[in-house]
Design a protein around this ligand. Structure first.
Ligand SMILES: Cc1cn([C@H]2C[C@H](O)[C@@H](COP(=O)(O)OP(=O)(O)O[C@H]3O[C@H](C)C(=O)[C@H](O)[C@H]3O)O2)c(=O)[nH]c1=O
Length: 184
């Protein structure tokens, strides 16, 4: 497999080895030892998630405050623009983001370590989105960053995405940092 470092510490693009033949293809979507050795994923995964979305949907930008999750994300059918944002004010890349197209054509995965905000926008008619998490879901611990925060400046492929109710009301980066510090 091929691992591509990004500008965000620990966020890596993984290109599994794909075995194609007249029947179709085969790939190993995860291997604990190889992903630890080659992609630097030291944490164990404890929960797998699967969501299906239609074109124009945007889910994000989410994170858990006290139970931050590392996420190994991939697309089994369709295509998304997947985004990770550095929300750590102590980080040298604070406020920066990485945006990567993941699809059932390029078979790319993205590993996002704990401490980043994550989201994606659907490019295909539908998408089946799967990801492994390094901690469990704690609904009371959920938080988010506004998908269209001008301080981050993500160039989403849609101007008016379909959002969940909660995804319409998250704060921008400066307000988020103040909230997390308890100063607002
Ligand atoms: C995340 C999650 C949700 N749920 C339940 C809670 C809701 O009743 C329902 C839909 O949840 P939500 O609208 O938060 O789902 P997404 O908008 O896809 O959230 C995810 O979207 C972005 C892309 C992420 O990176 C996170 O993994 C996650 O926040 O599933 C669960 O039961 N377990 C879970 O782990």
């Amino acid at each position: 497999m091929n691992v591509i470092q990004t500008r965000l510490p620990g966020v890596v693009i993984i290109e599994p080895r794909v075995f194609g033949d007249h029947r179709g293809f085969f790939l190993e979507s995860f291997s604990a030892e190889r992903y630890k050795q080659d992609a630097g994923i030291e944490l164990d995964f404890v929960q797998d998630n699967h969501s299906r979305s239609v074109k124009g949907v945007l889910r994000g930008l989410h994170f858990q405050k006290n139970h931050p999750q590392g996420k190994l994300v991939s697309v089994s059918r369709g295509a998304v623009l997947d985004v990770a944002v550095d929300i750590n004010p102590e980080s040298a890349t604070f406020g920066e983001h990485v945006a990567v197209e993941l699809s059932d054509d390029n078979h790319r995965q993205l590993y996002i370590p704990p401490g980043y905000a994550h989201g994606f926008c659907v490019l295909s008619d539908t998408v089946d989105f799967s990801y492994k998490c390094t901690d469990y879901y704690y609904p009371e611990d959920e938080a988010g960053l506004a998908w269209n925060c001008p301080e981050v400046g993500i160039e989403w492929p849609v101007e008016t995405p379909a959002l969940s109710e909660k995804d319409q009301h998250y704060p921008g980066l400066s307000e988020l940092v103040n909230q997390l510090k308890g100063t607002s």
